[in-house]
Design a binder for this molecule. Structure first.
Ligand code: DNO
Length: 389
């Protein structure tokens, strides 16, 4: 696999020169300044690409070329947005950047409730707490019918939490779930937006009546429309699994398990329609056997996120060390190393440690924590290579 790193552009405090020193070969990035739905110009793509190359690295993967909401819920502007998406893809193809990660999650990309969940050793990880999430949904968002989506036990815990939660903690919960984790991934809400909860409610409304089957149909429609451009330019699309891999906030989620992946791969059965194998997202679902899924889908995997989770009682989960957890990364390295020598891989998130917490990095995207994970994965790769030689 090719060792890649998610880098957030020229203003990222983690510089390309730093990355070369730790063995990074390829960069995963996006034109973060271009608003969602606008065309990525060839000039802007080439400018960023040469900047990356001037540091002895290459632009391996786009993460993400975001799919606008109206494409996902099939709004009247859908075809126009797909045409723009195709122009961006063609421009990427002309510039030679040919692996494109995206997701098809309505309204909200990945979800965490705690950005600094402490480990006994003094470092911290991202965490998902079902009670706190249900609190956000039922007591802050006050979504109609939300209670029906949680067990009696969780609802009882929500009541208890309501007795002790402070206004500041409520603010932090909103900030973690719909602001801090979203803006930097070109999501719908950005830091500084006033009334994020109001914006969020309006976004959810757009999906009234959008069932799982309709969302699937909209994904099929989008993929079928862009495949000719992907074929012409040799672009591999790779959808990121839903994180966490289960329905949330009354929204359907359609890339959550083996059957879902099988479905979208065969709905548009084209080698350019592929998967980002995100072991972290998939391992957060107790229903997923991550190693079996990797074996099954390796040939349609164009990009790998190596990260691991532990699932805890109540449906809570924690981002585990790269050496343990349900992701079984050593097994995945064995599978993907055999599949394709230059398959791009990034370690995804890392722990926050050794001063990372003071640097203002995007949640999960620490320097020391990710560097440690890169070292661990490099070790796995070297050992697996020797064993397989
Ligand atoms: C979070 C990321 C996701 C991912 C997008 C891909 O850390 O893994 O935001 O980039 O879902 O479109």
């Amino acid at each position: 696999m090719e060792i890649t790193w998610r880098w957030f552009g020229k203003n990222d405090k983690i510089t390309l020169s730093m990355l070369r020193q730790i063995g990074v070969e390829g960069i995963v990035t996006a034109l973060h300044e271009v608003p969602n739905g606008e065309i990525w110009s060839l000039e802007a793509i080439e400018d960023l690409k040469s900047y990356i190359e001037s540091h002895g690295l290459r632009w391996s993967v786009v993460e993400s070329l975001p799919v606008s909401e109206a494409i996902k819920y099939a709004g009247p502007e859908r075809d126009e947005l797909i045409e723009k998406y195709k122009v961006s893809l063609a421009n990427l193809g002309k510039a030679g950047v040919k692996t494109v990660c995206y997701n098809f999650m309505p309204v909200i990309d990945w979800i965490r409730t705690d950005l600094y969940h402490p480990w006994p050793d003094g470092s911290s990880s991202l965490y998902f707490d079902m009670t706190r999430f249900a609190y956000f949904d039922t007591m802050i968002l006050r979504r109609e019918g939300a209670e029906a989506d949680y067990s009696e036990a969780i609802l009882a815990k929500v009541k208890e939490l309501d007795k002790v939660i402070t206004e500041e903690e409520k603010y932090d919960l909103i900030d973690s779930i719909i602001v801090k984790t979203q803006g930097f991934v070109n999501g719908n809400i950005r830091e500084g937006d006033i009334d994020p909860v109001g914006i969020f409610r309006a976004l959810l409304k757009q999906y009234d009546g959008i069932t799982r089957d309709l969302l699937r149909e909209n994904m099929r429609y989008f993929l079928a429309a862009i495949m000719p451009v992907c074929e012409e330019y040799g672009i591999n699309m790779c959808v990121h699994p839903d994180d966490p891999p289960f329905p949330v906030l009354g929204l359907p989620r359609i890339v959550t398990c083996e059957e879902d992946i099988e479905w979208f791969l065969s709905a548009v059965d084209n080698p350019h329609n592929g998967l980002t194998f995100c072991a972290g997202s998939l391992s957060a679902g107790a229903h997923n056997d991550v190693v079996a899924m990797a074996s099954r889908f390796a040939s349609r995997t164009h990009f790998v996120h190596l990260r691991s989770c532990n699932v805890l009682p109540d449906g809570n989960f924690i981002e585990a060390s790269h050496l343990e957890g349900r992701g079984h990364l050593v097994e995945l390295v064995k599978i993907f190393q055999k599949q394709k020598a230059d398959l791009p891989m990034r370690v995804d998130h890392g722990r926050t440690m050794l001063g990372d917490e003071d640097m203002g990095y995007n949640p999960g995207y620490s320097f020391h924590g990710r560097m440690l994970a890169v070292g661990q994965v490099q070790g796995m790769m070297a050992a697996v290579d020797q064993m397989q030689a």
